[in-house]
Design a protein around this ligand. Structure first.
Ligand SMILES: Nc1ncnc2c1ncn2[C@@H]1O[C@H](COP(=O)(O)OP(=O)(O)OP(=O)(O)O)[C@@H](O)[C@H]1O
Ligand code: NI
Length: 396
C-alpha cells in the first residue's frame, strides 16, 4: 500500500465575521497517499474550498486556521527543521503549519500547486500565456537554486519569496530556458502548436485551452500535490472529460497526488481512489471509493448517493436531500450531530457531538471512518427522532 504524502489532522478554520463566528472547517482529518486522487465531495457550503485553502495556508481574513496540523512527507525538509523546530517534525513528516512563513511560501509550487474553476483567477489577461508559465518556471528555478535551508534559518524571507511576492516585470527576467520549458509544458497538457500559442493572450484561448494552460502553470514547480477545486465545473461535458483525462494522465505519469474537490459524484467515481464526504465543515465519512460509495454508513452519504448508487452512471448528480444545509454560525450550530435535523435515521443518541469511528465490522474496509452513531450501533426505530422516518411501532 502506498504511503501517506499528506496527513491532515484536526484542521479547524473559522471566519470571524460581523455576524459571528463561522465554523467553516471543523476538526477535519484525512490522508492523501502517494500518487492517488483523493476526492472531497459535499453540498455547496460544506467547507470543501476552505479546506483546500487551509491546506496551502491561503485562508484570508476574516478567516483563520485556528487549530490542526498538515503533515507533509519530505525527509529533507524534516532534517532541516528537526533541530530548529522539533515540534514541527515527526520522522519524515513536517507539519507545514509550524514551519517558518518563508518555507511555507516556498512550498507553494514544488510541493503544493492549485487549479481552480476559473482560469482567469490564475492567469493575468495582459500577459501572453507562455510568458506567465515561463514566469512560474523561473520562480521555481530560482527558488531551487537558492537553498531554503540557509534562507529559512537566516533571513526569514529569502530570494524565493521575494520573487513570488513581487510583480516582477516578467520579460526582463524570464530566461530562454524557462520559456522553452513553458512551451514544453503547454505541449504536455495537450495544447496544439504550443510555440505559437505561448505568444497568445488568455482571451485568445478557449475555456478548455485556458484550463489546460492553468494546469501547465501548476505543473511548473513539479508539485507533489495538485489541489484542484472544481476544475471542470464551468466547462461543457466534452471538454470536462478531456480535462479530467488530462489530470488522470498527469497523475499516472508524474506520480503526483491530486486532491480533487467537486460536487459531481460521477467525477469522483471516475477519478478517485479514495474520498472524503464533507457536511457542515466536517468530514462525515471517508475511505476507499468502494467503501464509501458501495457501503456508505453515514445517512448523509446514503442520501447523496440516492437509493441506488450506480458508479457506471456517467453523470450522477448529488440527489437533493430534504432540508437545508445548516448555518455554520457557531451560535446556531448547537451540540448535536449537524445532520440530525435532516437525517431520516436520527435517534436520541444523535443529540450530542459525534466523534469519528471505524465503520462497523459488517461493512468495514481499510480505513473506512464515519462520524455517525450508526458506526457503533444499529438503527433503532423506537429511538427515532424523525417521526416521518419511523416505521410503525407495534404496541407490545
Ligand atoms: N470569506 C469568508 N467569510 C465568511 N465566511 C466564509 C468565507 N469564505 C467561506 N465562508 C464560509 O465557509 C463555509 C464553507 O465554504 P466553502 O466555500 O468552503 O464551501 P464549499 O463546500 O466549497 O461550497 P461550494 O460547493 O459552493 O464551493 C460557508 O459557510 C461559507 O459561507
Ligand atoms: Ni467551493
Amino acid at each position: 500500500m502506498s504511503q501517506e504524502l499528506l496527513k491532515v489532522r484536526n484542521l479547524t478554520t473559522r471566519f470571524f465575521t460581523e455576524e459571528g463566528q463561522v465554523n467553516a472547517v471543523e476538526g477535519v482529518d484525512f490522508d492523501v497517499r502517494d500518487g492517488e486522487v483523493f476526492g472531497i465531495v459535499g453540498e455547496s457550503g460544506s467547507g470543501k474550498s476552505v479546506t483546500a485553502l487551509s491546506l496551502i495556508d491561503l485562508v484570508e481574513s476574516p478567516g483563520r486556521i485556528v487549530e490542526g496540523e498538515v503533515w507533509y512527507r519530505d525527509a529533507e525538509l524534516a532534517d532541516e527543521h528537526r533541530d530548529s523546530h522539533p515540534s514541527a517534525v515527526d520522522g519524515d513528516y513536517v507539519d507545514v503549519r509550524q514551519l517558518p512563513e518563508a518555507t511555507r511560501r516556498w512550498l507553494r509550487g514544488p510541493a503544493f500547486a492549485t487549479i481552480f474553476q476559473d482560469p482567469m483567477s490564475s492567469l493575468n489577461p495582459t500577459i501572453p500565456v507562455g510568458e506567465q508559465i515561463a514566469e512560474a518556471v523561473e520562480v521555481q528555478r530560482r527558488a531551487r537554486a537558492n537553498p531554503r535551508r540557509t534562507r529559512s534559518r537566516t533571513q526569514g524571507y529569502g530570494l524565493a519569496s521575494y520573487f513570488v511576492d513581487s510583480l516582477v516585470p516578467s520579460r526582463d527576467y524570464v530566461s530562454d530556458e524557462s520559456h522553452e520549458r513553458a512551451v514544453e509544458l503547454l505541449d504536455r497538457v495537450g495544447i496544439p502548436d504550443p510555440e505559437q500559442r505561448a505568444e497568445e493572450y488568455p482571451h485568445e484561448f478557449s475555456g478548455g485551452m485556458l484550463q489546460r494552460a492553468m494546469v501547465a502553470q501548476a505543473l511548473a514547480g513539479e508539485p507533489d500535490v495538485l489541489i484542484a477545486d472544481e476544475p471542470t465545473t464551468a466547462l461543457d461535458v466534452t471538454i470536462q472529460a478531456q480535462i479530467l483525462n488530462l489530470l488522470k494522465d498527469l497523475q499516472d505519469e508524474e506520480g503526483m497526488s491530486v486532491v480533487l474537490i467537486t460536487h459531481n459524484l460521477g467525477v469522483i467515481a471516475r477519478m478517485c481512489q479514495r474520498v472524503g464526504v464533507m457536511y457542515a465543515g466536517e468530514v462525515v465519512e471517508r475511505g476507499s471509493l468502494e467503501d464509501v460509495f458501495e457501503n456508505p454508513v453515514h445517512p448523509y452519504t446514503e442520501g447523496l448517493l440516492g437509493s441506488i448508487p450506480d458508479l457506471e452512471d456517467p453523470a450522477p448528480r448529488l440527489s437533493p436531500i430534504e432540508g437545508n444545509v445548516p448555518s455554520l454560525l457557531d451560535s446556531e450550530m448547537g451540540e448535536k450531530c449537524y445532520f440530525a435535523d435532516r437525517c431520516p435515521k436520527a435517534m436520541e443518541s444523535c443529540l450530542h457531538r459525534i466523534d469519528e469511528h471505524d465503520a462497523p465490522a459488517s461493512v468495514e474496509g481499510v480505513d473506512h471512518r464515519v462520524r455517525c452513531v450508526l458506526a457503533d450501533r444499529e438503527y433503532d426505530p423506537a429511538e427515532a427522532l424523525a417521526p416521518a422516518a419511523a416505521p410503525e411501532v407495534s404496541d407490545d
